[in-house]
Design a binder for this molecule. Structure first.
Ligand SMILES: [Zn+2]
Length: 487
């Protein structure tokens, strides 16, 4: 199957064909830096980081741009409340965003443009919109004239009559039409501002994304992504103010991820169920959070609750144990028995089939839920192989298991949960050797005692049917209260 995405623009799945063969240009809306980002934001960040990895896996050269909105009402409000400069608030949470994103295991974007560093380009684009009669100046503000762009509504699928009904409720006397939106906002007293042909002011939110995406990716690029709450008005407006000038759609494919709920409820500060990623990661390994965020299809709603987290935690532990078993078994081979090699051949075929299913899921509109399920199945396939009493270490089985381990790590890497298992220290190694010795002597009491010592050190101990004794670093435990914690 070819790579397919559900395109918000056409409201159906389409085959993905980039404009330039072999290259994909992606823009994903980034944070407004007025606070630490929450787990709902994290879903979008992880989904689009995964999209980038999947495209790279497909062999594309990807240019990934994610902006930072560092001038906005929310930033100004917080700065005023705390008696600080807006730029200080923005700098603080820009730094926090970068730190938390790295902690979450996202790769940094190729380019992370900040709105305040693109004011001349934004002013130039607003000028173009005025010159082409798609925008007008009103007392230092500049508005986009929605009715000047016939295709308005194409991203969200809304029609102009419908929007008009809604817009009538709040009539703003500065606008010629209630549907119009601000491209440039005249400075109010005490607000940060930049000089412009229309007087001091600052850019609107939508125009910054249009200008920065086109600057780095060209006037019409391949994929524009974001949360579904951005479809209207943000993405509708981004497209309108770009296409009105260029005559080209801003992006060929628009991808939007679904909402994240907390215990079945919408996350909001007033409900007290706001979950900041920085806090979650203090009690949960990033691998578990990432797998959880990818455990549903990206367009489906997802519920952050203790049961769902625990199920993912168990799944992740299985993957981790499997990697550990493979590492240990490969490090401590048992004498070769080539009669086993016919099973090894069947095992290798199963590995290949699993990988093919994994890629099919990802090709089908980034079905990470199916692909995560396939990782669990693959881990189980390996586990069954290792559990066979006849398991012996011939050259063929060594090759097949080495291959399986690389495959599992590569699959994990698509989700940003690549193996980073700690190396055992000499002390643990000595305990493991002592325990193997005790078992050979059938000293079960000593064997049990050593097991407890190893477990206290944070290791799982497994005695294989083949006689191998495995000591695997335990995955970081999840603290059960993570979902109940009121932050
Ligand atoms: Zn945006």
């Amino acid at each position: 199957m070819s790579l397919q995405f559900y395109n918000t623009l056409s409201r159906r799945k389409e085959e993905f064909v980039p404009t330039i063969p072999g290259e994909v240009r992606v823009y994903a809306c980034g944070p407004t830096v007025y606070d630490y980002f929450h787990v709902g934001n994290a879903r979008a960040f992880v989904v689009f980081d995964t999209l980038r990895r999947v495209l790279e896996r497909r062999g594309y050269k990807v240019t990934f741009v994610q902006n930072i909105t560092d001038i906005d009402d929310k930033i100004i409000n917080r700065a005023n409340k705390e008696g600080r400069k807006a730029s200080d608030v923005a700098d603080e949470f820009t730094a926090a965003f970068r730190t938390d994103l790295a902690e979450l295991g996202n790769r940094p974007a190729d380019i992370t443009p900040r709105a305040t560093e693109h004011i001349p380009e934004i002013i130039a684009w607003v000028q173009k919109l005025i010159e082409t009669q798609h925008a007008y100046v009103m007392e230092g503000d500049v508005y986009f004239a929605v009715r000047s762009f016939a295709a308005y509504g194409k991203v969200s699928g809304k029609n102009i009559e419908e929007l008009e009904e809604g817009a009538r409720v709040e009539v703003d006397p500065r606008k010629k039409d209630p549907l119009d939106f601000a491209l440039w906002k005249a400075a109010k007293p005490g607000e940060p501002s930049w000089e412009s042909p229309w007087g001091p002011g600052r850019p609107g939110w939508h125009i910054e994304c249009s200008v920065m995406s086109m600057k780095y990716l060209g006037e019409s690029f391949d994929i524009h992504g974001g949360g579904e709450d951005l479809i209207f008005p943000h993405h509708e407006n981004e497209n309108a103010q770009s296409e009105a000038v260029t005559g080209k759609p801003l992006a060929k494919y628009w991808l939007h991820n679904g909402h994240l709920k907390i215990d079945g409820e919408k996350m909001s500060k007033s409900l007290g169920n706001f979950r900041v990623v920085r806090d979650i990661l203090s009690v949960m390994p990033r691998q578990v959070l990432r797998l959880f965020l990818l455990s549903a299809h990206y367009r489906s709603p997802l519920d952050f609750n203790p049961e769902n987290i625990e199920a993912v935690q168990k799944g992740y532990e299985e993957i981790w144990r499997t990697l550990g078993r493979l590492r240990e078994v490969l490090a401590f081979p048992v004498a070769a028995d080539e009669s086993f090699d016919k099973d090894v051949a069947a095992f290798a075929v199963g590995c290949g089939q699993s990988l093919a299913r994994f890629d099919q899921h990802l090709d089908d509109d980034l079905n990470t839920a199916g692909a995560v399920g396939e990782i669990y199945s693959f881990a189980n396939h390996i586990k069954k192989m290792l559990a066979q009493r006849t398991f012996r270490f011939s050259a063929a089985s060594q090759a097949a298991l080495t291959q399986a381990r690389l495959q599992l790590m590569a699959m994990n890497d698509v989700f940003g949960i690549g193996e980073d298992m700690p190396i055992k220290n000499a002390e643990v190694q000595a305990l493991q050797d002592q325990r193997r010795e005790a078992r050979q002597q059938k000293d079960w009491a000593e064997s049990d005692r050593l097991r407890k010592v190893l477990e206290a050190e944070g290791f799982w101990v497994e005695d294989m049917a083949s006689g191998a004794v495995l000591v695997i670093p335990a995955a970081l435990g999840i603290k059960k209260d993570v979902c109940e914690r009121k932050l």
